[in-house]
Ligand binder design. Structure first.
Ligand SMILES: C[S@@+](CC[C@H](N)C(=O)[O-])C[C@H]1O[C@@H](n2cnc3c(N)ncnc32)[C@H](O)[C@@H]1O
Length: 236
């Protein structure tokens, strides 16, 4: 597989600590899982197929298997170590799960079944904007009519002058969750280093809404926005 800075950042060491790290640094993960659960509850199909792009350790994929037990799940990630943890988490008898180690731009869409739901959690902001919108076009093309694309991700504020404020609010929340053991300045510095190491390339929430509408998604709904972290559902 081609080298990729964003997936190489998720090697064995990082993968083994990822869930703990995410619980502290990536907003209210329990709440985010509940949003996904509720969105799936509104999806009328009981049988179908979902794709999780950048499944990581399977934290969100698990919600699909719990709430849509008769769906087939296709989990994709560019990090073999993250994908292996997802396999350990979700693979159980009677579940229809497949796992694919690939980068998004090498994904063979024609080999996938017709998709009723495509989900991606905190992975697509690693792509360039062109890469993001191309991926959204592939998602749109391969979703069944009435299908949903559920995107949870990191977003830039709509106005560049608000970036400091959003960084401050995100890092304050980390400071609170770690009971003020680490000074805020140090949390901000670590956050910046990690974002550079992972090649984060966020676009604004508004730009995502605009691009999804322009691609022909009939109904594009902002679901939550919590400092840097947000969720959108786009129905075909
Ligand atoms: C921040 S983690 C999110 C994992 C999981 N969705 C979650 O929310 O817990 C981002 C994941 O996306 C994967 N990833 C990033 N860029 C990718 C790419 N271009 N192709 C495939 N996977 C990618 C990484 O390997 C990593 O596992």
């Amino acid at each position: 597989m081609e080298n990729n800075q964003s997936t190489e950042a998720y090697g064995r060491e990082r993968a083994s600590r990822y869930d703990q790290f995410a619980a502290v640094t990536m907003g209210d993960r329990r709440h985010q899982r509940s949003y996904l659960q509720d969105l799936l509850h509104r999806q009328p199909l009981t049988h179908g197929a979902f794709l999780d792009l950048g499944c990581g350790t399977g934290f969100f994929s698990e919600v699909f298997f719990e709430h849509k037990p008769d769906f087939r799940g296709h989990l994709v990630d560019g990090s073999a170590d993250m994908l292996e943890l997802a396999r350990q988490r979700v693979q159980k008898e009677a579940r229809q799960a497949s796992f694919q180690h690939t980068l998004f731009d090498a994904l063979d869409w024609s080999a996938l079944p017709a998709l009723d739901v495509v989900f991606s959690g905190y992975a697509i902001h690693h792509l360039t904007d062109t890469g993001k919108w191309q991926l959204f076009a592939s998602i749109h093309a391969h979703l069944e009519p009435g299908g949903a694309f559920i995107l949870f991700d990191n977003f830039l504020p709509n106005h560049p002058e608000d970036r400091d404020l959003i960084e401050f609010l995100t890092c304050r929340e980390i400071e609170r969750k770690t009971r003020h053991i680490t000074p805020l300045e140090q949390i901000i510095e670590t956050d910046r280093k990690l974002k550079a190491a992972e090649n984060d390339q966020e676009a604004s929430f508004e730009e995502h809404l605009r691009q999804l509408r322009a691609l022909g998604f009939g109904h594009v709904v902002p679901v939550f926005l919590e400092a840097r972290y947000g969720g959108i559902v786009a129905y075909k």
